[in-house]
Design a protein around this ligand. Structure first.
Ligand SMILES: Nc1ncnc2c1ncn2[C@@H]1O[C@H](COP(=O)(O)OP(=O)(O)O)[C@@H](O)[C@H]1O
Ligand SMILES: Cc1ncc(COP(=O)(O)O)c(C=O)c1O
Ligand SMILES: [Mg+2]
Length: 275
């Protein structure tokens, strides 16, 4: 028998366009060679007849719980991530399960808003994410907007703002914090900040001008999750994930007139590298 693969679980939403959500996560897990499993939290729909406006249909909290019972009834889960979570009851059952089953190597991607959308998912979610999930996280990966919300600092504009937010979020209990400047931070670099509770590491690449970054956040967090499952130290997992997502954005494509998606196989195909 071959050795059992590392098991990675995503607890996230479905994006029927395939760039973000569980589709992004499972494809990324496969690229890393970890065995992906998924519990669905929400169905996101985008309307081409209404400027791609997003609809969000929550999965009932009990059904999320039942899926987690199934997901945790197999081999040990080596690492897991959370993505889009529609409401407080869903966040609560996820936090309960993580504690009950002693799940470790948790990446919390605190999705509060989709790129291009201005409407935040239930505002009370931000509090529940901060109070119930961030304290359990090995790593949390807010984008610029989410870091402003989780830290309570509001709008973040500079690297110093990002540092301040990272410190405040780390104090909420996440062991490591990555604040993603991405396209949202002004300037010609896509800068992320990694904080381990004492030191900052700046991850910087040239900003890719194409708008093919739908799903970048999910892909980045899923790549970190696989790295942790494979035994990488948090910082190493984040650095590798940054290379992976940069390649995915570079090889992204125009999905339609509204959105450009990352291509999750970009790292392997374009650079002809194995993971
Ligand atoms: N235009 C871009 N060029 C290079 N890297 C980018 C670009 N947009 C996003 N990224 C990177 O993709 C990752 C996801 O960040 P971001 O897009 O801000 O998150 P989210 O998808 O959660 O909003 C980060 O590593 C970020 O720096
Ligand atoms: C189901 C789902 N999860 C997460 C996201 C966030 O995606 P991103 O990786 O671009 O932050 C989206 C955005 O459309 C989504 O539809
Ligand atoms: Mg995101």
């Amino acid at each position: 028998m071959l050795t059992q693969p590392k098991i990675t679980l995503t607890i996230a939403g479905n994006d029927a366009s395939g760039g973000a959500g569980i589709g992004a996560d499972l494809k990324t897990f496969a690229e890393f060679g970890t065995y992906g499993i998924a519990a669905l939290t929400v169905i996101a729909t985008m309307d081409p007849n209404n400027n791609w406006s997003h609809g969000v249909t929550p999965i009932d909290a009990q059904i999320v719980k039942d899926q987690l019972v199934t997901a945790t009834a197999g081999p040990k889960i080596d690492a897991l991530k959370t993505g889009m979570l529609p409401n407080v009851p869903v966040i609560e059952v996820i936090a309960e399960t993580i504690k009950e089953k002693n799940l470790t190597n948790l990446v919390v991607d605190p999705v509060m808003v989709c790129k291009g959308e201005t409407e935040v998912l239930n505002p009370e979610n931000a509090e529940a994410l901060r109070d119930l999930l961030v304290p359990l996280a090995t790593i949390t990966t807010p984008n610029l907007f989410e870091a402003g919300q989780l830290s309570g600092l509001g709008t973040l504009k500079t690297l110093d703002d990002m540092k301040e937010a990272a410190k405040l979020i780390q104090q909420k209990g996440a062991k490591y914090v990555v604040v993603k400047g991405g396209k949202a931070l002004e300037g010609d670099k896509a800068i992320d900040l990694f904080y381990n509770g004492s030191d900052f590491t700046i991850l910087e690449v040239d900003k890719i001008e194409s708008a093919t970054n739908h799903g970048a956040g999910c892909t980045f967090a899923a790549a970190i999750t696989s790295g942790l499952a494979q035994g990488l130290e948090p910082k190493e997992a984040v650095l590798k994930a940054k290379d992976f997502v940069t390649a995915a954005i570079k090889s992204g494509f125009e999905y339609n007139q509204f959105v450009g998606s990352v291509f999750h196989s970009g790292y392997r195909l374009e650079q002809n590298k194995g993971i």
